[in-house]
Design a protein around this ligand. Sequence first.
Ligand SMILES: [Zn+2]
Length: 405
Amino acid sequence: MASIRLRGPHGRKAESPHAPTPEGRLVSPPDHEVRLHFKVLKPLPGQLAPGFTPAEMLEAMRKVYRPNGIDVALAQPVQTLDCPLHSILHVGGCALHHATAEQEELFAHRDNVPVDEICVYFLYGLVLSCFAGCASCASANGFPYGRPAAVVTADATVWTLGHECGHVLGLSHVGQPTNRIMLGTTSRITNPAVLDPTEVTRIKGSHFAKPVVAPLADGGQDPPGPAMESAAVALDMDAAEALPSKVGRDDGLADDIRTELDRDDGVDYERLARELGPSAVHSLRTVLLESRPRIAAGAASLSGMIEGGRGLPVVDEAAGNDDSLVRSAAAATAVRLPVDPATRIVERLLKDDNIAVRGHALRSAARIGTPRLRARIGVIAARDPSPDIRELAARLLRESPESAA
Ligand SMILES: [Zn+2]
């Protein structure tokens, strides 16, 4: 049993197992392997091109993991997925062990990928937390250690793939130093990113990192991984430093909100909205109007969560934004507003040209659940030009109970 595994555990050859580093420095053969399966969602019209290709992010991830004896293998072929309704994905708060219904629908697209290998979905953006990426390891039938999946958006940095996979592999955020891959804001990582020894140990104990050389002592049995409890990561660890101490009620508030929203993940939007309160609405509008789409979408999401519906003007404005991610955020966050303005915003976005935006508006319409909106959903189930939207509308009507509202 003490054989070196030259091929992946499922007979496919792993890529470049003994490559020298770009600097020509030879590194020892890997003792663990993480296998990734890329699934790229087809972009919708009008969506901005991603800042980095999956191949560039994979190369950056390998530079971080490989010097620590962890090979990152990419299964072939890379799959293209035609899932227009999920190109902007509702991840809620992006909890590692709890997936939203929409995440579960997308993550069901695995095509027999083994339960201990990670599927990575490349798509346009996320709501209601408008993160650059999201890691998931939620329990699912047939997945003894949870279903390992990562989502990477068009706004990701070159490090986001390695960062999100780090979460799947059991890592939490670190606050510093600034060359660590698990920094909450990967755009601030100083090149090259690294793992520290405790992180390497943790990854090698994960169910999703496989030993490449079978151990001599125990007849080739894989060492047991850590219990799921110990693998649980607190995604909001450094979000806990959040706003009150850092944010002054001055002209810098918009900048501070932008900085917070620029984190790859791990921002607790609900908490942030509570801390900001109604007096921050003007600054949220500034962020909406003066930021790139992911950050603008984050400002829209937060505005819907401001107490008493006071963020309504910002959500209203977001519903007319040029970018489909920002409009999707408005559609998703509208359910947090009082029924009348929420209904008006949702009805407007039910007519959106973009199918992902219509999908989010539909789900919000079902959640608001008034007779008027249910009637609209019924019309859409019969008449929308998109079969995906018609099917979603029909399903939402079946699934959502009639509201007394
Ligand atoms: Zn993170």
